[in-house]
Ligand binder design. Structure first.
Ligand SMILES: [Zn+2]
Length: 318
């Protein structure tokens, strides 16, 4: 059994037996959760000062609850950068490394449970368990693109890991990676969803995207991959609309790509197109003050974008 505690970090909790404690901190509009298992003697009162890793961050977008789930977290080296000089690396990555995080997102609301990318399939299912969501509860898996760190949780040994879900992805992405079997991993991951795969044609940011499900708009962000798609989540009424842009792989090394958005990475299929769409979306997010979320942004991986000189700055939401 979990005990849920609101308020700040030092709220006291009465524990009666060893258990997993779920601590929730409220911030601006979101909720930060940490989990820790404590073996506590019966009746001991403890103060909730926590250690351990942050794995889940939740955020409300109107009627949607959005959960960011960390899948993987490691240090990596900047040799993947394209268009950054040694001076830039020294200035923005003084340690010579950067935090390479991989995230997935889960959206609940409007009668649906939606997973946005599946990461490597490493910790997503543990995180879902903590949220008391079973893979069989998932109605829809949205894919930003078909790289392995986004589709690794779709299938195992030929079986769908989200047995009741439909998979949505852009027609262009599907065509590019599967038509010529250029990526056998993508073909294998999608195979168990045959007959349950929906393709769509994302449209431009200035048209508001293509609404593929109520409140979920697909926006073309081609460059990182030929059919790379970002999703604008929208909920509200005429008086006030909440939005969140889940931008997939628009960015991989945030410490350098916010200030220098022209810098691309070797993972980008078309580095020039990737830089163009990155700058367009950063400008839009800053101008509209729309919160953004990314599969390779560091925890909490949600924040706002501000103009800073010739580039941008990221203000995390926690
Ligand atoms: Zn990725």
């Amino acid at each position: 059994m979990d005990y849920i505690c609101g308020g700040n970090k030092t709220r006291k909790i009465l524990l009666s037996k060893p258990l997993t404690v779920r601590i929730i901190y409220h911030n601006e509009r979101g909720i930060l959760m940490k989990y820790i298992t404590w073996g506590i003697l019966m009746g001991t009162t403890i103060t909730g000062i926590l250690t351990g890793e942050d794995l889940i961050f939740s955020y409300k977008v109107g009627q949607f609850d959005v959960y960011m789930l960390v899948e993987n977290n490691r240090q990596s080296v900047p040799s993947i950068l394209i268009g950054a000089g040694q001076d830039d690396v020294n200035r923005y990555l003084p340690s010579g490394t950067y935090k390479a995080e991989t995230n997935t997102f889960l959206i609940k609301g409007m009668g649906r449970t939606i997973v946005v990318d599946t990461g490597f399939g490493s910790t997503i299912f543990d995180s879902m368990k903590k949220l008391r969501i079973s893979p069989a509860d998932v109605d829809v898996v949205l894919l930003t693109h078909l790289h392995g760190d986004h589709i690794g949780g779709l299938a195992r040994e030929g079986k769908a890991l989200f047995p009741k879900a439909k998979v949505y992805l852009s027609a262009r992405e599907m065509q590019y990676w599967t038509a010529s079997n250029i990526n056998q991993g993508a073909v294998n991951a999608l195979k168990p969803y045959a007959g349950k795969t929906e393709t769509f044609n994302p449209s431009g940011l200035n048209t508001g995207g293509t609404e593929i499900l109520p409140g979920i708009h697909a926006i073309a962000a081609f460059g990182h991959t030929p059919g790379h798609t970002v999703f604008l989540i929208e909920s509200g009424n005429n008086d006030s609309v909440d939005q969140l842009l889940i931008w997939g792989d628009l960015m991989h090394v945030q410490d350098i790509q916010f200030p220098l958005p022209d810098v691309s990475v070797t993972y980008d299929t078309d580095p020039v197109a990737a830089a163009g769409v990155r700058k367009q979306i950063l400008a839009w997010a800053a101008r509209n003050d729309t919160p953004v979320a990314g599969m390779h942004l560091s925890f909490p991986a949600l924040g706002r974008v501000k103009v800073d000189g010739n580039g941008y700055r990221f203000i995390p939401l926690n």
